[in-house]
Design a protein around this ligand. Structure first.
Ligand code: SF4
Length: 763
C-alpha cells in the first residue's frame, strides 16, 4: 500500500510538495470552515520558504474538477464508456496483445509526457513497464523541450541526467538566454521563488542580463535586456568565446587539470568574432564584447540557457556553448557559478566509477523513416507521426501515453492526430480526456496529484540547494481508484512474457525492487556498494511500491544510512519524521567525482559538437553573402497561470485577459495592417491558424509570439472550461521536419511564418 493519511482536520494543516512544476514548492493544505481545500506556501520549508504561485493555489480546483477522470473508460461501438478496472486491463491485454502478435513489440510506441518528471510512480516504474513491453519505440516530451541540454551534458560530462545549474543564490552575474523564470519558475533549474532569488541577486549588487527575442517578465526585472534573433544564441555565445580568447580572458582556475579540448574550441571560435556574428544574431559587437568582459570580470558568474536555446535549429550547440563560457571563465563548479547538485538520490550513480565512466553512447537504434538516432534511450518525438503513418515494415501500430498529450504538444499536430487516429490500438493513463486521450481505446484514470506520495527523484538533481524531501499522499485514494504505480505495474504484467505465462503485478514489483537493490549494490559511488542484494531487500521489506524503491535509493545515496553502515544517515523513515524536508546545504564543488566521461575530464570539444558546428560556419557565410532568410518568424511563450496544455480546465487560471494571443511589434503591425484586438492569419509550411492580435513593443521587430498548449474543445474531449477558453494550437504551425540534428529535438522557435490580416476571430 502507498502511504495514505487521513484528510486534515478542519483546524490542521498537512505539508506537501507541489507536484505541478520544477520549482517543487513546499505547500500547506488545510480546509476552510466549509470543508473546502485550501493551499498556501509552507513557511517552514527551508527550500521554498513560503513561496506559492497561482497554480499551487489552484490545486484544490484541479482536484475537485468534475471533468477530471475517475473511472476507467473503454471504447465500445466507437464511444468511450465507463468500465471496471478488470474490464479495462482485459481490453489492454487484448489490444496490445493483438498488435504485438501481428507486428512485434517495437510496433507499440510509448509516449511519456511532462507529468512523468513530477510523478514518483512514473519516475520509478515507467522503466519497469518499458522492460516488460520490450519496445524501443519510446518518445517523450524531452525531445520537444530539453534534449539538447541533455545531449550536450552527456558529451561534456558523460551523463545527460546530471547537469550543472546556476548557483543563483551566490552568483554576482547571471546571463540568461531563452529563459523566463519569472513565469516558468525555473526549468532544468529547481529553485522555488525564482523572482525572489533574482531580486536578491540584484539587491546584493549582482547583475542580471537577459537575452531574448521578447522583453519577457524576467527581462523587465533585469539590469539589461538585449533582443536576439530567434535561433541564433549559438552565434552570440561563440562571439563571447572568441572574445574570451581574443582578449586573453580565459581562466579555468581549479578546473585546469580536469578539462580537455580547450585548444579545439579556440580554433573553432577564431572565425566567430563578435564583429561577424553580430549581423546574424542582431546584437552589436561592442555589446557582445562588453558582456563577455563583465562576465569574465565578475567575482562569480553563470550563464543559463533554457527552452529558447534548446527548441531551435542549433539547440545542442547553443546548450554546449552555455557551458563552454562557464568553463572558460572558471565559473563551472565553483560557488556562484554553474554547479552540480548532490541530491539525496539521483546524480551520476551508475555507469562508471566516480570521476570516470564510459561516456555518452548514442545511436544504438534509429527512427524507421528519417533514420534519426536514439538519444538517451528515446527517439525524437518529431518523428512519431511519420513512424506511424509511413506504410511498410516496422510501422508503429499502437500507442501508450503516460501523462502526455502529444497531439497538443508535438510539432505538426494535424499530421500527428491523423496518424494516432489511424493506429490499431491506443491506451492513455491520464487525468483528463484531452486532445490525445480522447482518441484512446482504453483510458486509465491517474489519481489526483494530491492522492500520491511525492519525492522529486529527477528534479532534486537539478536543485540550487542540496535537499531531501518526502511527502506522503495528502489525501487517501477514493474508493475504486488505483494508485498510479499499481496501474503501471498492472500494465507491465499485461505485456510481460507470453499469454498464459504472465506474472502477477506484485511479482513485477518484487522484481523491480530486486533490480534496484542489485544496481545500488553494484554502484561504486553508492553507500551500499558490495552489499548482498537480499540483505538490502530484507532491510526495506516493510515497504512496498515506490516507497520500497525510494528507501533503497535513499539509504544507498550519498547521505544515506548505508543500511546501518552510516548511523544517522537518511532513510525514508527519517524523512517521514521531518515533513518540511532535510536541508543538505549549499552546492559544493563536485568535479572530478561527478564526471562520467571516458577520459575523466570535461570534454569541451567532443567530435559530434565540432562537426555540427560546421552548420554555424555555413550560416555565417550565408549571412555575409546576404543570403540569410528574412521574413517573420514565430516563437513561443509561457504564462504564469498556464502549465503546458493540461491545466486550462481550471477556471481561475484561464479567466481574465485572453492568454492565447499573437504578440506583434507595433512596426510590424503597422506594416502588415494588424490592429490590437483584431485577427491575424499565421501560416507556415505545416499549417495555419487565426489568432487575436496583441500589439506590443515587448516583441523584437520581425518576430511574433504565440503561447503553446492551447487549441482545446476538440470533439470527444472532456474539458468544458478549456473548451470555453480554447485558443489556437501553435503546433499547427510547427514543422515536424525541422529538428536540431544532434539531439533530434523539435524546432519550436524561429519558425518562418507569413502573417496577414484575417477576419475577426470567432467569439
Ligand atoms: S511555482 Fe510551481 S511548484 Fe511552486 S506553487 Fe507554483 S506550480 Fe507549484
Amino acid at each position: 500500500m502507498t502511504d495514505l493519511m487521513e484528510p486534515p482536520a478542519a483546524s490542521g494543516t498537512q505539508v506537501l510538495i507541489c507536484p505541478l512544476c520544477e520549482a517543487t514548492c513546499g505547500l500547506r493544505m488545510s480546509r476552510d470552515a466549509g470543508g473546502r481545500l485550501q493551499f498556501r506556501g509552507n513557511d517552514e520549508d527551508p527550500f521554498s520558504r513560503g513561496f506559492i504561485c497561482p497554480k499551487g493555489v489552484a490545486l484544490a480546483d484541479l482536484h475537485d474538477d468534475p471533468d477530471r477522470l475517475r473511472t476507467p473508460l473503454v471504447r465500445r461501438d466507437g464511444r468511450l464508456v465507463e468500465a471496471t478496472w478488470d474490464e479495462a486491463f482485459a481490453a489492454v491485454e487484448e489490444g496490445l496483445g493483438r498488435v504485438i502478435a501481428a507486428h512485434g513489440r517495437h510496433a507499440v510506441a510509448v509516449y511519456l509526457g511532462n507529468a512523468g518528471a513530477h510523478s514518483l510512480s512514473l519516475m520509478l516504474y515507467l522503466r519497469v513497464f518499458l522492460t516488460a513491453l520490450g519496445s524501443r519505440s519510446l518518445y517523450t516530451a524531452s525531445s520537444v523541450d530539453q534534449m539538447p541540454k541533455q545531449v550536450s551534458g552527456a558529451l561534456l560530462y558523460g551523463t545527460g541526467a546530471h547537469l550543472p545549474v546556476p548557483d543563483v543564490d551566490r552568483t554576482a552575474y547571471l546571463l540568461m538566454l531563452g529563459a523566463n523564470p519569472y513565469v516558468s519558475n525555473g526549468s532544468l533549474l529547481t529553485a522555488p521563488d525564482m523572482p525572489g532569488r533574482l531580486r536578491a541577486l540584484r539587491r546584493r549588487g549582482g547583475r542580471l542580463v537577459v537575452v531574448d527575442p521578447r522583453r519577457t517578465q524576467t527581462a523587465r526585472h533585469a539590469d539589461e535586456h538585449l533582443f536576439i534573433r530567434p535561433g541564433t544564441d549559438a552565434f552570440f555565445l561563440l562571439g563571447m568565446v572568441h572574445t574570451l580568447f581574443d582578449e586573453e580572458l580565459v581562466s579555468l582556475g581549479r578546473l585546469e587539470p580536469h578539462v580537455s579540448g580547450v585548444e579545439e574550441v579556440r580554433a573553432l571560435a577564431r572565425d566567430f568574432a563578435p564583429e561577424r556574428v553580430g549581423a546574424v544574431c542582431g546584437i552589436a559587437a561592442e555589446d557582445i564584447r562588453r558582456i563577455t568582459r563583465e562576465l569574465a570580470g565578475a567575482p562569480a558568474a553563470a550563464v543559463y540557457g533554457r527552452i529558447g536555446t534548446c527548441t531551435q535549429e542549433f539547440g545542442t550547440l547553443a546548450s554546449w556553448l552555455v557551458d563552454v563560457v562557464n568553463v572558460l571563465t572558471g565559473n563551472l563548479d565553483r560557488p556562484g557559478g554553474a554547479m552540480f547538485t548532490l541530491p539525496g538520490i539521483g546524480g551520476p550513480t551508475v555507469r562508471g566509477v566516480p570521476g570516470r565512466g564510459r561516456g555518452a553512447r548514442f545511436g544504438r537504434w534509429r527512427s524507421r523513416v528519417r533514420g534519426l538516432e536514439e538519444r538517451l534511450g528515446e527517439l525524437p518525438a518529431a518523428t512519431l507521426a511519420e513512424d506511424i503513418d509511413t506504410p511498410g515494415e516496422g510501422a508503429l501500430r499502437a500507442l501508450v501515453t503516460f501523462g502526455g498529450n502529444p497531439c497538443a504538444s508535438n510539432p505538426n499536430v494535424a499530421r500527428l492526430t491523423a496518424a494516432v487516429e489511424s493506429l490499431e490500438f491506443r491506451v492513455s493513463v491520464d487525468l483528463y480526456l484531452h486532445e490525445t486521450s480522447r482518441l484512446a481505446d482504453v483510458v486509465l484514470p491517474a489519481p489526483s496529484p494530491l492522492e500520491a506520495s511525492h519525492y522529486d527523484v529527477l528534479l532534486g538533481a537539478l536543485a540550487v540547494r542540496n535537499m531531501a524531501r518526502y511527502a506522503p499522499a495528502a489525501l487517501p485514494l477514493p474508493e475504486g481508484q488505483l494508485p498510479e504505480w499499481e496501474i503501471v505495474l498492472k500494465l507491465a504484467a499485461t505485456v510481460a512474457g507470453e499469454p498464459g505465462a504472465r506474472p502477477e503485478w506484485t511479482q513485477v514489483d518484487d522484481l523491480a525492487a530486486a533490480t534496484v537493490a542489485s544496481q545500488v549494490a553494484a554502484d561504486e559511488s553508492s553507500r551500499a556498494h558490495g552489499r548482498d542484494r537480499d540483505e538490502l531487500l530484507a532491510a526495506v521489506s516493510g515497504e512496498r511500491g515506490p516507497e520500497r524503491l525510494l528507501d533503497l535509493m535513499l539509504r544507498a545515496g550519498p547521505y544515506g544510512d548505508g543500511f546501518g553502515a552510516h548511523p544517522g544517515g537518511i532513510t525514508l523513515r527519517a524523512l517521514r519524521q521531518q515533513p518540511n524536508g532535510v536541508d543538505l546545504g549549499p552546492l559544493q564543488p563536485r568535479i572530478p567525482d561527478t564526471l562520467r566521461t571516458a577520459s575523466g575530464t570535461v570534454e569541451l570539444a567532443a567530435p559530434p559538437l565540432l562537426q555540427d558546428a560546421q552548420r554555424l560556419r555555413q550560416r555565417l557565410a550565408e549571412t555575409a553573402d546576404g543570403a540569410a532568410a528574412g521574413g517573420m518568424v514565430l516563437v513561443g511563450r509561457r504564462n504564469l497561470r498556464s502549465n503546458n496544455s493540461w491545466m486550462h480546465n481550471v477556471e481561475m487560471l484561464v479567466r481574465g485577459k485572453p492568454q492565447c494571443t499573437l504578440l506583434v511589434h507595433p512596426d510590424d503591425a503597422a506594416r502588415l495592417g494588424l490592429v490590437d484586438g483584431g485577427a491575424a492569419r499565421v501560416a507556415s509550411r505545416a499549417g495555419e491558424v487565426v489568432a487575436p492580435v496583441e500589439v506590443s513593443d515587448e516583441m523584437m521587430p520581425g518576430v511574433v509570439s504565440l503561447p503553446h498548449g492551447w487549441g482545446h474543445g476538440l470533439p470527444g474531449s472532456r474539458h468544458a472550461v478549456a473548451a470555453e477558453y480554447a485558443g489556437v494550437n501553435s503546433n499547427l504551425l510547427t514543422d515536424e521536419n525541422a529538428v536540431d540534428p544532434l539531439s533530434g529535438n523539435a524546432v519550436l522557435n524561429g519558425i518562418p511564418v507569413i502573417v496577414e490580416v484575417a477576419d475577426p476571430v470567432p467569439a
